[in-house]
Design a protein around this ligand. Structure first.
Ligand SMILES: [Zn+2]
Length: 477
């Protein structure tokens, strides 16, 4: 029998709040000046007392509810003791036996991954190592840090990555964190063991994985490493390992601590927290539609393909814009071919509209190209009053001038050219100017026809329909 991996995750997330967890210092992840957002509380001066940040509690409970957790009425904070230069108090205020959220789950591909707990604690400072010295910056010390722990329900590196990506998406939908992994606002630790039977093997922890790709790579590497050791009848050491990005391997860092090493004790400077039903209900009411539900609805309402659904779920603003356009088109939908309009809107939103993104945020784009005007553009394309090439041109113009499409069409004379007489006149001119291409066509060269058609279309400034041009060209040649 093969050795099978058992994987659990511990994910730390810095919450988006105005102030720090236990003092009124600013929580500014972009602060460049070292030791700027600090005060006697977060630098642990004698005689100071912590005060709980209610907004951080709200955001933790909100996350717990979104992850289907129980929210116990009574929670408390505890001291986790350890010594390290980035921890001014010599202990971290965390939660031990009474966290804010317990026993939840998150569904990934129809599989429930159980969530053991979600608790709240404070972040540490940051050490900067220089050649002959180490410096400490306490701007980050005391920033509200939420920790989520899963049960060991994950089986593969891909599954673990997917779980972490979905979790980040949920955190962003909830607006509780920016969860930017590059900035350390979301940090992932992996617990992994291998076993042939139901008994758990020796657990190894991999710390400080700062991208989803690295999470996947590190797990794959660790599965291979442990399997090889076990097959050689060697022992797995319970330890904490780190990821060496250059070599693409995990390396031993230290022996793993047990909970008793931290000598947890109830935080005497903070009261027990009582969360009443009303408080929890109010937060429940603020939870928006989450990615899982959104995917199902987008598939049902618009019959979108999987790829488009992912684009609109991952890029929440873009998805919302699409739905606003669809609601503008709703009067139209009754009379027209529904799916064709949906597809047209999807196509133009995910390509031409989206390519303007980067020049402006979606909300800026929306202020320039209103969903109403965009919907009008889609109906013009649908009715074949403008060609797709002209549609792109109009979209650009809409972005620059905020004007509505019919206004632009009128001003620039961009309507589809339907007068065949006028097209024939242009064709005659093109034929007389290009005798060689005409001769080639008569000799049987098909691409000569394409060339002539292109000349005609550009002479009409893209206003003639390619099919009409081809037909008339063949007739006149
Ligand atoms: Zn402070």
């Amino acid at each position: 029998m093969e050795y099978k991996p058992t994987i659990g995750l511990e994910i730390h997330v810095e919450l988006k709040t105005k102030s720090k967890m236990f003092c009124s210092c600013q929580n500014d992840p972009n602060e460049k000046k070292a030791n700027y957002n600090i005060c006697p509380v977060c630098t642990a001066q004698p005689g100071t007392l912590p005060v709980i940040n209610k907004e951080a509690v709200r955001k933790t409970v909100k996350t717990g509810l979104a992850l289907n957790c129980n929210i116990p009425e009574i929670s408390k904070f505890d001291r986790k003791n350890y010594f390290y230069p980035d921890l001014p108090k010599g202990y971290q205020i965390s939660q031990y036996d009474k966290p804010f959220c317990k026993q939840g789950y998150l569904e990934i591909d129809d599989k429930k991954i159980r969530i053991t707990r979600v608790h709240l604690e404070e972040d540490t400072g940051r050490l900067v190592h220089e050649k002959n010295s180490s410096l400490v910056d306490f701007n980050r010390a005391g920033i509200p840090l939420m920790e989520m722990v899963t049960e060991p329900d994950l089986r593969t590196a891909k599954e673990a990555r997917k779980f972490a990506e979905e979790l980040r998406l949920i955190l962003r939908y909830l607006g509780v964190s920016y969860a930017d992994m590059e900035k350390g606002q979301m940090r992932i630790e992996v617990n992994i063991s291998l076993s042939k039977d139901k008994n758990m093997g020796t657990k190894v922890e991999i710390k400080n994985l700062n991208s989803f790709k690295i999470v996947e790579q590190a797990i794959d590497y660790e599965i291979k490493r442990q399997r090889e050791l076990l097959e050689e009848k060697k022992k797995i050491i319970q330890e904490t390992r780190g990821w060496d990005e250059k070599k693409g391997i995990t390396i031993s860092q230290r022996k793993k601590e047990e909970a008793h090493d931290y000598r947890y004790l109830p935080e005497p400077d903070l009261p027990t927290v009582h969360l009443d039903k009303k408080f929890i209900q109010d937060i429940q009411g603020e939870i928006p539609e989450l990615p899982g539900a959104k995917r199902i609805r987008l598939a049902y309402e618009y019959n979108l393909d999987k790829n488009t659904i992912e684009i609109f779920t991952f890029n929440k603003d873009l998805g919302e814009y699409f739905e606003k356009v669809m609601s503008e088109l709703s009067n139209w939908l009754k009379q027209a071919h529904y799916q064709k309009l949906v597809n047209l809107a999807v196509n133009y939103i995910t390509t031409d509209f989206w390519s303007l993104f980067g020049k402006a945020s979606i909300s800026e784009l929306e202020s320039k190209i209103t969903p109403e005007n965009f919907a009008e553009l889609i109906t013009l394309i649908y009715k074949e009053e403008i060609s797709s090439k002209i549609a792109k041109q109009i979209l650009k113009e809409m972005f620059e001038t905020k004007a509505d499409p019919s206004h632009i069409i009128e001003e620039k004379g961009l309507t589809q050219l339907t007068d065949t007489g006028e097209i024939e006149n242009i064709i005659k001119q093109v034929i007389s100017k290009n005798p060689k291409a005409v001769e080639d066509y008569r000799k049987g060269k098909e691409n000569a026809l394409q060339f002539l058609a292109g000349q005609v279309i550009s002479a009409t400034r893209d206003r003639a329909k390619p099919e009409t041009v081809q037909q008339l060209l063949k007739k006149l040649l």
